[in-house]
Design a protein around this ligand. Structure first.
Ligand code: SAH
Length: 391
């Protein structure tokens, strides 16, 4: 992309300050004029009220009108992509996330956190899944695939899995083809189905929190609610849990969990699956669980749903606090970006008051280093969790 011929968006006076701080979003209300109307997904150049260059990025209709990919006045060519992917790849290597015998599941590109708004890229052993969240990023898929060939030629499969409804049908292999995919986290084997699975096939963001659960699970009876493919269940079994129950409302998720338990050769008499609604089920259990994991899907995808989401967190945590064995632990999470850390903690306080038990925070948890947060884009902080001890 040569920036000479692309539409130019001029901002209203004073609206350039967030871009000068490297925040990558231009809201539609900040725009004063455009010299030619851009198409959805098209590259645009953004200038201030005096016509000075601020950045270039993808244009879309909606409240975020432009997502900036470069604050430098450079051409966006193969070298640009190679450079961006190399920076992020080296970061993951130095975090020891790509270790053949131990860990082969990691996030290579985390949107704004890696300076590439709208792009997620996850690695599963020798496969990389590209997940564009915008049409603009979807349009870049081929050049991104070329850059992957240069930066990590050892990856033999590239799967493009767009997340936007209108692009979903265009999911396809850009290199290689479907293979049986077993990848590793903490030395545990997981069968990853990137084609039909949720997200890119696995919830990579819970890696470090799973490790902590494993360390605390020895001889404990664990209930893992919202288990999906069983990540927390497997680390609990690895850590020596006496018994693990994995609960999900989806049979497909429970089948994945059973497959993964079998794949690792765990004693199947120590594990059971339960198909149920998490809140309703917890209300019915006795008080013999030592540990309960609560990892619900994002209750609030948008700010407008925040109040309802907070009520949802309060309700489920109250049920778990009431039922956990005295001295037991609750690993409770929220991945709703619209619900911040303090608001989430507030919902837990309300739950503890209603449950009428004394509760301590042992650990405050968050997203791992391969889901980085740009200092200039605090909205990128989304995963928060608490380890509660209930007296
Ligand atoms: N903890 C998982 C990820 C959870 S994803 C991991 O570590 O991989 C959220 C899961 O919640 C999905 O599998 C979904 O099927 C399940 N789910 C959604 N609503 C539910 C409900 N009301 N009760 C139980 N499970 C539910």
């Amino acid at each position: 992309m040569k920036k000479e011929n692309i539409p130019v968006i001029q901002l209203k006076p004073g609206k350039e300050s967030s871009l000068r701080r490297s925040h990558p979003w231009v809201f539609s209300g900040a725009i004063a004029s455009v010299n030619q109307m851009p198409q959805a997904g098209e590259w645009v150049k953004v200038v201030d009220a005096q016509g000075r260059f601020l950045g270039a990025g993808h244009y879309h209709e909606g409240s975020i009108a432009v997502r900036i990919l470069t604050f430098k006045d450079v051409d966006i060519d193969l070298d640009f992509w190679i450079n961006q992917l190399t920076i992020a790849w080296q970061s993951r290597i130095s975090l020891h996330l790509n270790q053949k015998e131990k860990n082969t599941i990691f996030r290579w590109i985390h949107g704004e956190g890696d300076g590439l708004p709208g792009l997620i890229m996850d690695v599963y052993d020798t496969t990389v899944v590209i997940q564009p969240h915008t049409l603009g990023m979807y349009n870049e898929a081929e050049i991104i695939a070329k850059a992957i060939e240069v930066v990590a030629p050892e990856l033999d499969t590239i799967y493009l899995k767009p997340s936007e409804k209108q692009m979903e049908a265009n999911a396809q292999y850009l290199k290689g083809e479907k293979t049986q995919a077993v990848a590793l986290e903490h030395g545990l084997k997981y069968n990853i189905d990137w084609e039909k699975g949720q997200k890119t096939g696995f919830f990579i963001d819970q890696r470090e929190n799973r490790r902590l659960l494993g360390e605390m699970s020895t001889n404990k009876k664990v209930l893992n609610t919202f288990c999906y493919s069983g990540g927390f269940s497997l680390t609990a079994l690895q850590g020596g849990a006496s018994h693990v129950d994995s609960l999900d409302s989806s049979q497909h998720a429970l089948d994945l969990t059973l497959q993964n338990v079998a794949l690792n050769g765990f004693d199947e008499s120590k594990h059971a699956v339960i198909k149920a609604d998490a809140v309703e089920y917890i209300k019915t259990v006795g008080n013999d669980y030592d540990i309960i994991v609560l990892d619900p899907p994002a209750f609030a995808k948008h700010l407008s749903a925040k109040h309802k989401a907070v009520q949802g967190y309060r309700k489920i945590n109250e049920a778990a606090i009431k039922k956990i064995k005295p001295g037991g632990l609750i690993f409770t999470f929220s991945c709703s970006q619209a619900v911040d850390k303090e608001t989430f903690k507030g919902a837990i306080v309300a739950a503890a008051i209603d449950a009428g038990r004394r509760v301590k925070i042992l650990h405050q948890l968050h997203q791992p280093a391969d889901h980085p947060i740009s200092l200039f884009h605090p909205e990128g902080e989304y995963l928060k969790g608490l380890v509660l001890e209930v007296i």
